[in-house]
Design a protein around this ligand. Structure first.
Ligand code: PLP
Length: 399
């Protein structure tokens, strides 16, 4: 085999996702796109704020093209990094400095940069189920092993007691995603304090620090006046990963950052290492987008649109008897399969032209994820299909 052995399962896995995509396309051709209810992708349905376009146009028209499109420091433009640090300090009372911010090609690259810096072959990363399925691919591609803390299906908060049992001398990193994709749950400050306690004890036991990647692309996507705890206020060795993909609807533009808590152990080594690893994996984040987000840090997502979708979908599905986690943030609904066989449930959904993602790949079998970053119209149109699905499930159990 010419390809790296560790990559084989990843390539197979991604062809499964492609199959789902192709099935959806084929279904749309057969029954008409308006009759397909595709809840599979977390692609924002609200366009980027006007300010993004205005800033991009102004930047292109008024700034020196050699500056706008040129190479730069691998961590990004210094004024952009300062603006990001100031913005976070103003909102969260932190003391971040320009050097603590490394601009990245979105959250995916931020996470990959950290993994590549920390992992030797066989080193372990711990994620809490349910988790963003790509973590597994990222960890394996970086040569590591992903260990999964099973979900606490009562609360869907972090299952801290089990975490302790999974920590070994090979544990380098823990990933926490707040608010969570796929449940929409926000982890509380109390939960995060417990996480810090367990990590502190474990670090003494294993003799080296464990760093927490706080993956926060949905930080501003929260409902009912909820807030997301600022991670470095609870976790000492914290590396925040942020992305503008969801908050400013810019997933194709690849822009985000890593914020290094100044309190972390081995700060100098980690900061220097992340800068170099960013250079190796992506050289630098897209320059035009850096300049754009610098002037758009106060822009916020159109929460009311996602909130209306959340209420519509959650309301209808619970009315039909589906057991759903009530989302506090992000734009996903996590639904328990009413059938023992979750694959059969997903297939029954397809028969009604509803596309849902089996949460097995998120480390939480028996559940599906529905992304409600779609049009409200589509959600309303899907209601009869969900009614038929609920009916089909009742009959299925009896059959
Ligand atoms: N982390 C989580 C939890 C996500 O849901 C996503 C995208 O869906 C990402 C990371 C990757 O985001 P980005 O587009 O910034 O790479």
């Amino acid at each position: 085999m010419v390809l790296a052995r560790r990559m084989e399962p990843l390539i197979e896995g991604s062809s499964a996702i492609r199959r789902l995509f192709e099935e959806g396309k084929e279904l749309a051709e057969r029954v008409g796109a308006e009759n397909v209810y595709d809840f599979s992708l977390g692609n924002p349905s609200v366009p980027a704020p006007e300010a993004v376009k205005e800033t991009a146009v102004r930047t292109l028209e008024t700034q020196d093209p050699l500056y706008v499109h040129g190479y730069m420091l691998n961590s990004g433009f210094e004024d952009v990094r300062t603006a990001v640090a100031d913005d976070l300090n103003g909102r969260f009372g932190s003391n971040l400095r320009m050097q603590d911010i490394i601009m990245t090609c979105g959250a995916a690259t931020g996470i990959n940069v950290i993994l590549h810096l920390f992992l030797d072959p066989g080193d372990e990363v711990i994620a809490f189920a349910p988790f963003f399925g790509e973590y597994r691919n990222y960890v394996i591609a970086a040569g590591g092993t992903l260990k999964v803390v099973p979900a606490d299906t009562e609360t869907f908060q972090l299952n801290i007691d089990v975490l302790d049992e999974l920590i070994t001398e090979r544990t380098k990193l823990v990933i926490v995603n707040n608010p969570n994709n796929p449940t929409g749950v926000i982890y509380s400050g109390q939960t995060l304090d417990r996480l810090q306690e367990v990590l502190e004890k474990a670090q003494t036991r294993i003799g080296h620090p464990i760093y927490v990647i706080s993956d926060e692309p949905y930080r501003e996507l929260v409902y009912d006046n909820n807030t997301v705890p600022f991670m470095p206020a609870h976790i000492r060795n914290c590396l925040i990963v942020y992305s503008f993909s969801k908050s400013l609807s810019l997933p194709g533009e690849r822009i985000g950052y890593i914020a290094i808590s100044p309190e972390i152990e081995y700060y100098r080594e980690v900061q220097g290492g992340l800068t170099t690893t960013n250079r190796i994996l992506s050289v630098n984040a897209p320059s035009l987008m850096q300049l754009v987000i610098k002037d758009c840090l106060r822009e916020r997502p159109q929460l009311e649109v996602y909130d209306a979708n959340r209420k519509l979908l959650y309301g209808k599905l619970t009315e039909l008897g589906f057991e759903c986690v009530r989302p506090q943030g992000a734009f996903y609904l996590f639904v328990k399969s009413p059938l023992k066989d979750c694959t059969a449930f997903v297939e029954e959904g397809k028969k009604q032209h509803i596309l849902m993602v089996n949460a097995e790949s998120f480390g939480c079998p028996g559940y599906v994820r529905l992304a409600y970053c779609v049009s409200g119209e589509m959600i309303k149109r899907s209601f009869p299909a969900f009614e038929r699905l609920a009916e089909a499930c009742k009959n299925y159990e009896q059959a």
